[in-house]
Design a protein around this ligand. Structure first.
Ligand code: ATP
Ligand code: BTN
Length: 240
């Protein structure tokens, strides 16, 4: 991963570029800033110039569609691991975000190109607030944080990025060799575990106690006396 590497000072979105171009597996697209950084469900990702890491990679894993959720957890786990190496204590918000001090520091957007039951291509886009001064960013100042704010010092973005790509590559190959269970790793570091949470599904709202992950990578809520699993990546998990 990262053997082929495409750099932009500015781009609409590294995910869009990765989707629209025919790139080899492992190609990494990086930008100093994005004018149309994307979150899930058409939300936007603020990509302050020169402060963060905004990149996407293209993968073509030989896995079954029903393993996709489990597979996707490799990426939040890899970000978790890399932030942990900075002596910080991140938590993983299922299914795709990383939090520090109860605020979002990183988000991951995985987009799939599926034909029938075959995965043609996956684009994994990762955004990390590295040296942002979040106070300056009105839109997100109450919900977001950065590595700089949590650590109290600037982080060398290049060094961090190299470590992150190494961790992703290691975890990706370990997964394919059945030597890494990302479900276990995410569960061990799950944000809001054993706390009351709610799940938003369109206009529906479901409350329960977050108990952990099931063997497909879905989350388990205790609702009354029952345990119920939730899977769709279109759900949003919130604190009550
Ligand atoms: P979900 O649980 O559905 O993932 P979410 O609120 O985390 O919910 P996403 O679509 O994953 O939503 O992420 C986009 C959201 O992240 C935006 O609505 C915005 O609130 C927030 N956001 C945007 N840019 C940043 C950033 N640089 N740092 C932290 N948060 C951001
Ligand atoms: C989310 O929190 O919903 C996911 C945010 C993902 C942001 C990254 S930044 C690099 C890549 N390009 C994008 O447009 N989005 C992802």
């Amino acid at each position: 991963i990262g053997k082929e590497y495409i750099f932009f000072e500015e781009i609409d979105s590294t995910n869009i570029y990765a989707k629209e171009n025919n790139l080899n597996e492992g190609t990494v697209i990086v930008a100093e800033t994005q004018t149309k950084g994307k979150g899930r469900k058409g939300r936007k990702w603020i990509s302050t110039k020169g402060k963060g890491l905004y990149f996407s990679t293209v993968l073509k894993p030989e896995i079954n569609i029903n393993q996709l959720l489990r597979f996707s957890l490799i990426f939040p786990y890899s970000v978790y691991e890399t932030i942990k190496q900075e002596n910080l204590t991140p938590k993983i918000k299922w299914p795709n975000d990383i939090y520090l001090s109860n605020r979002k520091v990183s988000g991951i957007l995985m987009e799939t190109d599926i034909e029938g039951s075959e995965i043609k291509k996956l684009v994994v886009g990762i955004g990390i607030n590295v040296n942002h001064n979040i106070e300056d960013l009105n839109e997100i100042k109450d919900i977001a944080t950065s590595l700089f704010l949590e650590k109290g010092q600037n982080i060398d973005r290049k060094r961090f990025f190299i470590r992150l790509l190494q961790n992703i590559e290691k975890n990706y190959f370990q997964f394919l060799e059945n030597k890494l269970n990302p479900i276990e790793k995410v569960e061990e570091n799950l944000l809001w575990k054993d706390e009351e949470v709610k799940i938003l599904d369109g206009n529906k709202e479901i409350k329960g106690i977050l108990k952990g992950l099931d063997n497909q990578g879905g989350i388990i809520l205790q609702i009354g006396n029952n345990l119920e699993s939730f899977y769709s990546g279109d759900l949003s998990l919130r604190k009550t």
